[in-house]
Design a protein around this ligand. Structure first.
Ligand code: T5A
Length: 206
């Protein structure tokens, strides 16, 4: 079972993954918590370079590095965990590339589709939880929490395009996406997420 969390910067994905992971582990599920960009030694090393403030990265190069990291992540972490019957909780996955590189950087969506299919070996999330907050709110949270990385430093219109893109992706695939109001309190969001995930696990007989 692959459950992905998506959303703009500071939407609260990481906070919710931590809570959900602890909750599911407490219920006896085997849980693998992972993230993109990163998730492997190779990916975490590239993440640091890719997000370094001030690094000059061309859009196509950025796309290809995200895809290289995903190929390694699928092969080394996600596929083995799924084969082992684990519940995999992944902080960002394929949809982030459509939202950021496709709609944000305006790279052809067909190219992203082809590369995503290649590097994921056809794996698709069973459930995608989209944390929905305004770009202003998300960026304010991030700015209060830590220094901004290279992508977070993009102008507000870029982040607004990414937010709209996520909403569009969710509308196009309503069976897979579950949209959560990310402006609610942390515990209130966790309750909603927990209930949804519980129902989905039940529907898959997990
Ligand atoms: N990227 C990624 C691409 O461009 N293409 C791709 O294909 C992929 C995979 C790094 C960047 O990579 C880009 C997108 C990103 O720009 P990342 O690792 O997800 O992606 O970035 P992070 O910086 O780790 O995470 P985010 O910025 O997205 O933040 P989160 O995880 O959404 O938010 P979180 O939980 O860390 O919370 C942020 C702050 O808000 C508080 C938290 O305590 C924290 O201080 N908070 C709340 N405050 C009030 N109410 C709530 N409900 C709150 N929930 C959290």
């Amino acid at each position: 079972m692959l459950i992905t969390f998506e959303g703009i910067e500071g939407s609260g994905k990481t906070t919710q993954i931590e809570l959900l992971s602890d909750y599911l582990a407490g219920k006896g599920y085997g849980v693998v918590k992972t993230r993109e960009p990163g998730g492997t030694r190779f990916g975490e090393a590239l993440r640091e370079v890719l997000l370094r403030p001030g690094m000059d990265v061309d859009s196509l190069s950025e796309l290809l590095v995200f895809m290289a990291m995903r190929a390694q992540h699928v092969e080394e972490v996600i596929l083995p965990a799924l084969q082992d019957g684990k519940v995999v909780l992944c902080d960002r996955f394929v949809d982030a590339t459509y939202a950021y590189q496709g709609y944000g950087r305006k790279i052809d969506l067909g190219v992203i589709e082809t590369l995503n299919r290649l590097v994921t070996k056809g794996i698709r999330p069973n459930l995608t939880i989209l944390m929905n907050v305004t770009a202003e709110r998300g960026l304010k949270r991030k700015a209060a929490a830590s220094a901004m990385d290279r992508i977070e430093e993009e102008d507000i219109s870029f982040h607004q395009r990414v937010k709209k893109a996520y909403e569009k992706l969710a509308k196009e695939d309503p069976k897979r996406f579950f949209v959560v109001d990310g402006s609610l309190k942390v515990e209130a969001i966790h309750q909603v997420v927990r209930e949804k995930v519980g129902n989905v696990l039940k529907s898959y007989g997990v």
